[in-house]
Design a binder for this molecule. Structure first.
Ligand code: AHM
Ligand code: MG
Length: 339
């Protein structure tokens, strides 16, 4: 039975204690991210009221400019990192270049040692339809020894992540994170304003009966992908086929459901998007660290996502992520193996 009063902050401090060299900076950084996400959650819940209250003009009732939610989410996360004093650079799906952070707010003169990557509001095309959206984050240790952060600090392989996580703004707000020792989920209790431990040591089922892919792109796919999708739709009791199809169109929401119940999410390369659509640094790497920590698998169809050396902050990658056996089977179809 889960201890009902384990807050996110207590949990991350206890997790950090498992690393003898830890200074507490990572706990504080994660806490700052969680705080920013609580603020975003509030705004997401109010989004539907904006039209009713007549706030769609340039200014809201307080005379402040009304911002698009994804712009707002980006600003609040960046601001929180700047005042927090633990990040030396922030990279966001919303910004072309990385944003260096000054050391002047760092505590006790300690150098800000972390690089933080965000997709501030994933699935943002779903906002107006009241469909779940989320924030994805990823944390690296800087490699340069001092001075301003460099592009090299920001372009590290996913395997170098020290922590990663996401927040889904759904029927409730949930934060899932890993700091390299398992995956843990916390549900926001709005009455006390705290994320409380609700899913300890999450494990994704090894095999599933659910696939998530935008099937509207069928005509642009390779034969390998088409054959795999045809396969999961055939009847065969022994292998739990046909699979169910579930596709929200918000990666975080599709990923979270598959993490809980099992499933494979695929966004392949196709005729139009030669490298797929999703971003390596902001979407694929953090979710890949989580899925591997939960016993699942994540590749670009042939290679492990976490081993890809990034060359560009906004580079895209095909993504096959979820239950281990399902991802392996999809890879076989992609390689043209006879099943
Ligand atoms: P976003 O980060 O701009 O919201 O775009 C990424 C989103 C993912 O959340 C989702 O899985 C995918 O794009 C959906 O794409 P499509 O509409 O092509 O199926
Ligand atoms: Mg996204």
């Amino acid at each position: 039975m889960v201890n009902r009063f384990t807050t996110l902050y207590r949990h991350i401090i206890e997790e950090e204690r498992k690393f003898p060299e830890a200074t507490g900076q990572l706990s504080d950084l994660l806490y700052d991210i969680a705080l920013a996400c609580k603020v975003i959650s509030l705004e997401v819940n109010r989004a539907g009221l904006i039209d009713i209250l007549g706030l769609t003009g340039e200014e809201n009732v307080q005379g402040e400019a009304v911002k698009k939610l994804d712009v707002y989410a980006n600003e609040i996360l960046t601001h929180m990192m700047r005042i927090g004093g633990h990040a030396c650079a922030v990279c966001s799906e919303e910004d072309e270049n990385f944003i260096p952070m000054e050391d002047k707010f760092s505590h006790h003169g300690v150098l800000n040692k972390y690089i933080v990557h965000f997709d501030p509001l994933d699935g943002s095309s779903n906002i107006d339809a009241n469909i779940s959206i989320g924030t994805i984050f990823s944390i690296y240790r800087r490699v340069s020894k001092d001075g301003a952060a460099t592009l090299e600090d920001c372009l590290q392989k996913g395997i170098k992540q020290v922590a990663a996580g996401y927040v889904v703004y759904g029927s409730s707000t949930i934060m899932v994170y890993t700091a390299g020792k398992g995956v843990h989920g916390f549900t926001l209790d709005p009455s006390v304003g705290e994320f409380l431990l609700s899913h300890e040591n999450m494990q994704i089922p090894k095999k599933s009966k659910t696939y998530s892919i935008n099937e509207g792109n069928y005509s642009k796919w390779s034969d390998g992908i088409r054959n795999y999708i045809e396969y999961v739709k055939q009847n065969d009791k022994e292998t739990s086929r046909p699979y169910s199809s579930r596709y929200v169109g918000s990666l975080v929401a599709d990923f979270h459901r598959n993490l809980l119940y099992g499933g494979i999410f695929i966004y392949p390369a196709d005729d139009k998007n030669r490298n797929g659509k999703l971003r390596l640094m902001y979407e694929a790497n953090p979710l890949s660290m989580i899925v591997e920590q939960a016993g699942g698998r994540s590749t670009n169809g042939s290679n492990r996502i976490l081993d890809i050396q990034p060359t560009n902050l906004h580079q895209r990658t095909p993504l096959f992520i979820g239950s281990d056996e399902d991802v392996r089977l999809a890879e076989k179809f992609l390689a043209g193996e006879k099943i």
